[in-house]
Design a protein around this ligand. Structure first.
Ligand code: ADP
Length: 151
């Protein structure tokens, strides 16, 4: 049976921190499906289609990674994709508290297990929200965004 993980998130935008999680998780799974969650309650900077397209370009040379958007419960998306694992990254105690509750509920209700990877320390303070803020002040954020074809 193939080991498939989904990596769900808003990815608004997808950062070098996210890419680090994907890169380090790749040896653990046969396939990683990056799921861009459509959340009506969160005001996004980049449209979902643009986020999907940008991430696809980053991984265009990696056949084991695919990218889709979804607007359902994350566990329903995982099931639909045949994934038994949810991949998430941890930067802080705050991330930990949040992830623990969701992971436990997901595991109890659906049996889908969450695999958590710690951030690499050089990326610990990189977040999509901080990057959005820099963009809103016209700053160059290219160093925080992975380049196409070279994650
Ligand atoms: P969400 O809105 O679901 O939290 P994000 O796009 O902000 O989605 O993040 C997706 C996942 O990536 C989360 O598990 C988050 O903790 C993780 N993540 C975000 N930034 C980093 C980083 N710099 N290092 C490691 N993991 C990260």
């Amino acid at each position: 049976m193939e080991r498939i993980a989904i990596f769900p998130g808003s990815f608004d935008p997808f950062t070098v921190g996210h890419a680090s999680v994907v890169r380090r998780a790749l040896p653990l799974f046969d396939k990683i499906i990056i799921g861009v969650g459509i959340n009506e309650n969160k005001r996004a900077l980049f449209p979902v289609e643009k986020r999907v397209e940008t991430i696809r370009r980053i991984y265009s040379r990696e056949p084991r990674i695919s990218v889709y958007s979804y607007d359902t419960l994350t566990t329903d998306f995982a099931r639909k994709m045949g994934a038994r694992f949810i991949l998430r990254g941890l930067r802080s105690v705050r991330d930990f508290e949040y992830e623990r509750d969701i992971a436990e509920m997901n595991s109890q209700i659906t049996g889908i297990e969450t695999v958590l990877l710690f951030t690499e320390h050089q990326y610990a303070c990189i977040s999509s929200s901080a990057i959005r803020e820099l963009i809103s002040y016209g700053k160059d954020v290219s160093e925080y965004l992975p380049k196409p074809d070279q994650p």
